[in-house]
Design a protein around this ligand. Structure first.
Ligand code: S3P
Length: 429
C-alpha cells in the first residue's frame, strides 16, 4: 500500500493549474455519447473516476479517442445509440458514474449491471433507485436495491415530479438523465441548490432544461448535438492549494483556469468569511461554465459557523475546510453536513480521527464537527481510509505541523487528482 510523508515547508509561491473538473468530465462523456455527431473535449480529467465513465461508454459501443493532454474525440450515436454491454460495468470508486448511469440505463432497451470497488459497494443507492422506480425503472440490487452490484432492465419510462429530501446533484442528475427518455416533463425539487453542471451541459447540447427557484424541469426526447467542451480546472482540487497557501506564511499562489460555478464556489465564500485573501482574476465563461484565475495570499484566519445552503455548495471541500479551521483563531462549527457520512468514507469520522491523531482538537457532531484553532499540529501517522480527499487534506495539514505527517493508503488520489504529490512537492520545494 502506498504512503506519503509530508513535512512543513517555506512559502508557496508561483502559478499552477489543477486537473480538469471531475463532475464536468463525467458529464462530457455521457452527453457526448448521447448526442448526434462529434464532441471534442478539452481539459478532460484523466483520473480513475472519469476514466471509469469513459470505459463504460466504450463497452456500450461508443468510439472515444484519447488524443493526449486531456483531449477526447467522442463519436456520439444519439439518444438511442447505446448497445448492451457484454459485461458488468465497473464504476470503480465513482459514485457519480454509478448514480448518473442508473438514471441513464433505466431508459435503454437493454439489460446492464453496475458494480464498483469495496467503498462504492457500501454507499447508499436507494436515493436514486427509489425515485427512478416511480418513473417505471426496473432495478435490483443487494439490500433491497440499496447497494451495488445493481442490475437494470431498461425499458419505457414515465415522466415524474420528485421532491428530493437531500440536496444532491447525483440524485437530480440521475432523474434528469432518465427524464430524457420519458415522455413529457420531469421535474426535480431539492431543499437547496446542488451543483448544476447537468443543467448547464444539457442546455449546451440542446436539451430543453428549465431551472426555477427550488428545482429544475427537463423535457424528454431532445435532439442532442455534439459540441466542443472546455473543462475548467476542478475547484475541489484547487481547494487543497487554496488552503495550503492561506495557512503557509509568506505564500502567494495563482491558480489558473478554475471553474467558479456559483453552485460549487462555496469554498471561496467560506475561506473569505474566515478572513482568507482570495481574488478572482479574469473572470470569464467557457462552454457554459464560469471560470477564473484565483490569486491566494497567506492570511490570518478566524473560526466561523458554517451551515444551510452553503453546505451543498462546498460539499466535497469540508475535509480541507477542517484543516483550515485547525489554524484559525477560535472555534469553527460545521452543521447540516450529514451527507459527509456517506461520501467515499465517513468524512466526519475520518477527518476527526486523522486531525486528532496529529495533535488537533476536533469534535465530531452528528451533522458536522467543531474544530478548535491552534498555531501548529504536532505530526504523526494517519490513514486516508482509502478516500482521496482525506489523503490530500492531511497532506495540507502537514504543511503546518512541527513534525512530518505520514499518510497511508495514498493511491486513492489517482481518482480525482493525478499528479497531486508531484505538484505539492514541486511547490513546497
Ligand atoms: C457530484 C455530486 C456530489 C459530490 C460528488 C460529485 C456530481 O455528490 O459530492 O463528488 O458530480 O454530481 P452529491 O450529489 O451526492 O452530494
Amino acid at each position: 500500500m502506498k504512503q506519503q510523508t509530508i513535512a512543513s515547508c517555506g512559502s508557496l509561491r508561483g502559478e499552477i493549474t489543477v486537473p480538469g473538473d471531475k463532475s464536468i468530465s463525467h458529464r462530457s462523456i455521457m452527453l457526448g455519447s448521447l448526442a448526434s455527431g462529434t464532441t471534442l473535449v478539452h481539459g478532460f480529467l484523466e483520473g480513475e473516476d472519469s476514466l471509469a465513465t469513459l470505459q463504460a461508454f466504450r463497452t456500450m459501443g461508443i468510439t472515444i479517442e484519447e488524443l493526449g493532454g486531456g483531449q477526447l474525440r467522442i463519436e456520439g450515436r444519439g439518444l438511442h445509440g447505446l448497445q448492451e454491454p457484454g459485461d458488468v460495468i465497473d464504476c470503480g470508486n465513482s459514485g457519480t458514474t454509478m448514480r448518473l448511469m442508473l438514471g441513464l440505463l433505466s431508459g435503454q432497451s437493454f439489460f446492464s449491471v453496475l458494480s464498483g470497488d469495496q467503498y462504492l459497494r457500501r454507499r447508499p443507492m436507494k436515493r436514486v433507485v427509489g425515485p427512478l422506480g416511480t418513473m417505471g425503472a426496473r432495478i435490483w440490487g443487494r439490500c433491497d436495491g440499496e447497494r451495488a452490484p445493481l442490475a437494470i432492465q431498461g425499458g419505457p419510462l414515465k415522466a415524474a415530479a420528485y421532491e428530493s429530501p437531500i440536496a444532491s446533484a447525483q440524485v437530480k442528475s440521475a432523474l434528469m438523465l432518465a427524464g430524457l427518455y420519458a415522455d413529457g416533463e420531469t421535474t426535480v425539487r431539492e431543499p437547496h441548490l446542488s451543483r448544476d453542471h447537468s443543467e448547464r451541459m444539457l442546455s449546451y447540447f440542446g436539451a430543453d432544461v428549465r431551472p426555477f427557484d427550488g428545482g429544475v424541469t427537463v423535457v424528454g426526447g431532445p435532439n442532442l448535438t455534439g459540441q466542443e467542451v472546455h473543462v475548467p480546472g476542478d475547484i475541489s482540487s484547487a481547494a487543497f492549494f487554496m488552503v495550503a497557501a492561506l495557512i503557509t506564511p509568506g505564500s502567494e499562489l495563482l491558480i489558473r483556469n478554475v471553474g467558479v460555478n456559483p453552485t460549487r464556489s462555496g469554498i471561496i465564500d467560506i475561506l473569505r468569511q474566515m478572513g482568507g485573501s482570495i481574488e478572482l482574476v479574469d473572470s470569464r465563461e467557457r462552454s457554459g461554465e464560469p471560470v477564473a484565475d484565483l490569486l491566494v495570499r497567506s492570511s490570518h484566519l478566524q473560526g466561523i459557523e458554517i451551515g444551510g445552503a452553503l453546505v451543498p455548495r462546498a460539499i466535497d471541500e469540508f475535509p480541507v475546510v477542517s484543516v483550515a479551521a485547525c489554524f484559525a483563531e477560535g472555534t469553527t462549527v460545521i452543521r447540516d453536513a450529514h451527507e459527509l457520512r456517506v461520501k467515499e468514507t465517513d468524512r466526519i469520522a475520518a477527518m476527526c480521527d486523522a486531525l486528532n491523531a496529529v495533535g488537533g482538537q476536533v469534535e465530531p457532531r452528528e451533522d458536522g464537527m467543531s474544530i478548535c484553532g491552534m498555531d501548529q499540529l504536532s505530526g504523526g501517522m494517519v490513514t486516508s481510509c482509502g478516500d482521496h480527499r482525506i489523503a490530500m487534506s492531511m497532506a495540507v495539514a502537514a504543511l503546518r505541523s512541527s513534525k512530518p505527517i505520514t499518510i497511508s493508503d495514498t493511491g486513492c488520489t489517482e481518482t480525482s487528482f493525478p499528479g497531486f504529490w508531484q505538484l505539492l512537492q514541486h511547490l513546497a520545494g
